[in-house]
Design a protein around this ligand. Structure first.
Ligand SMILES: [Zn+2]
Ligand SMILES: [Zn+2]
Length: 343
C-alpha cells in the first residue's frame, strides 16, 4: 500500500497533467497492482490531442491508459507477483455476453475510457485497484517491458480472427498503417500462418519496423506498384484513405477488417466496390479471450520487441505523449511508472 499515488490525467484537449490521486484499498474480490509500465495507445493520443476518440468525448478528468503491467501490492495474491491486467470488465448479462461476444458488450467497463459516464479511470497511475479476475499472472521469464504489449497484441489477434477461421493461412494479407497496432497485426498474421504480409504506410521508419516483426514486403502508401491477389486486408491506420486502399487492393471476393479507429460520425467509403467486387467488410473492436493467447505468444518469444521504441518516467508524460505522436520517430512509447516522481 502507498499513501498517495500520481497519475497521468487528461482534463481536456491538449491539457495533460501528472497529478496526485487518493490511494485506495482493495475491497473484496479486488487486488492492488503497483504499475510498472504503461503503453501509450493511439486512443490515449486521441484523448490528449482531440479531447475524445471516435464518438467518445471527455466530460470529466480521465486517467488515461489501458495497456498496463505491474506487480501485486495488495489483495489475495502474493505481493510482488508480476501481472498483466485485462482492461475490460463485461457485464456478463447482456445478449452479447451471452453470445460470447464480450468485447462488444455495451455495458462493459474499459480502463481509461470515456465511453461511459462516469468515465472509467485508467491505468496510468502508480497503484491501480482492479477486480482480481482482471489480472493474469505473468510467466517469470517474460519481461514486463515486453508483457506490456499483450493488450495491443490482443487487439491484433482479434482483428486477424475477424477475417474468419483459417482465412489467412497460406494466404497473402495486406495491412494498411504501420503504427503499433498495424505492426502487431503483421506479427499476428505471420503467427496465424499467412504466407505473405504486405504492410503499407506513408512513412519509412514504421515500415522498417514492419520488416523486423514479420512483414514480407513493405510499400509506401503512395506507390502505384501493388501486389495482386491479396486475400485479406486489415485496415489499421484509422483513415478513410486506408479503408479505400483495402477495398481497392483486396482481391474480388476478399475480406477487409477495419481495426483502426476511424473518426466519429460518417466516413465516406467506396461502397460501390463492396458491391461490385463482392467484398466482405467487418469490424474488429478490442478483444476478449485473446489476452491469454497474447501473453502465451509473448512468453513463447514472438518477436515484437522492436515495436517498443521509447520509455519515459511518469514525470515526463507530456514529452512521452508528444514523442508518441511523431510517427516518423516513435512507435510504441511506454510510461515507466515504477520510479518516484519528483513532484
Ligand atoms: Zn490500446
Ligand atoms: Zn454484456
Amino acid at each position: 500500500m502507498v499513501d498517495d499515488v500520481y497519475a497521468c490525467v487528461v482534463h481536456a484537449a491538449g491539457d495533460l497533467r501528472v497529478e496526485e490521486r487518493p490511494a485506495g484499498e482493495p475491497g473484496a474480490g479486488q487486488v492492488a497492482v503497483r504499475i510498472e509500465y504503461g503503453g501509450i495507445c493511439g486512443s490515449d493520443l486521441h484523448y490528449y490531442h482531440d479531447g475524445g476518440v471516435g464518438n467518445f468525448r471527455i466530460r470529466e478528468p480521465l486517467v488515461l491508459g489501458h495497456e498496463v503491467v505491474g506487480r501485486i501490492s495488495g489483495g489475495d495474491l502474493p505481493a510482488g507477483t508480476p501481472v498483466g491486467i485485462h482492461p475490460a470488465t463485461p457485464c456478463g448479462a447482456c445478449p452479447e455476453c451471452a453470445r460470447d461476444r464480450r468485447n462488444i458488450c455495451a455495458s462493459s467497463s474499459y480502463l481509461g475510457s470515456a465511453a461511459r459516464d462516469p468515465h472509467i479511470q485508467g491505468g496510468f497511475v502508480q497503484e491501480l485497484i482492479v477486480r482480481a479476475d482482471q489480472v493474469r499472472v505473468l510467466p517469470a521469464e517474460l519481461a514486463l517491458r515486453t508483457a506490456v504489449l499483450a493488450e495491443p497484441l490482443s487487439v491484433a489477434i482479434h482483428a486477424v480472427r475477424q477475417a474468419g477461421e483459417g482465412a489467412v493461412d497460406g494466404k497473402r494479407a495486406l495491412v494498411t498503417g504501420a503504427g503499433p497496432i498495424g505492426l502487431l497485426v503483421a506479427a499476428a498474421l505471420r503467427q496465424a500462418g499467412a504466407a505473405e504480409v504486405v504492410v503499407t504506410d506513408l512513412h519509412e521508419a514504421p515500415l522498417a519496423l514492419a520488416s523486423q516483426v514479420g512483414a514480407t514486403q513493405t510499400i509506401r502508401a503512395d506507390t502505384t506498384d501493388w501486389p495482386d491477389e491479396i486475400d485479406v486486408a486489415i485496415e489499421a491506420s484509422g483513415t478513410a484513405g486506408g479503408l479505400r486502399t483495402c477495398l481497392e487492393r483486396v482481391r474480388r471476393g476478399g475480406t477487409v477488417v477495419q481495426v483502426g479507429s476511424l473518426p466519429g460520425g460518417d466516413t465516406a467509403f467506396a461502397g460501390s466496390l463492396l458491391m461490385t467486387r463482392e467484398l466482405t467488410l467487418t469490424g474488429a473492436f478490442r478483444f476478449d479471450h485473446e489476452f491469454d493467447t497474447a501473453i502465451a505468444l509473448l512468453a513463447d518469444g514472438l518477436s515484437v520487441d522492436p515495436i517498443v521504441t521509447h520509455a519515459f518516467p511518469l514525470d515526463e508524460a507530456r514529452a512521452a505523449f508528444d514523442l508518441a505522436s511523431d510517427r516518423t520517430v516513435a512507435s510504441k512509447v511506454l510510461l515507466d511508472l515504477s520510479g518516484d516522481t519528483q513532484r
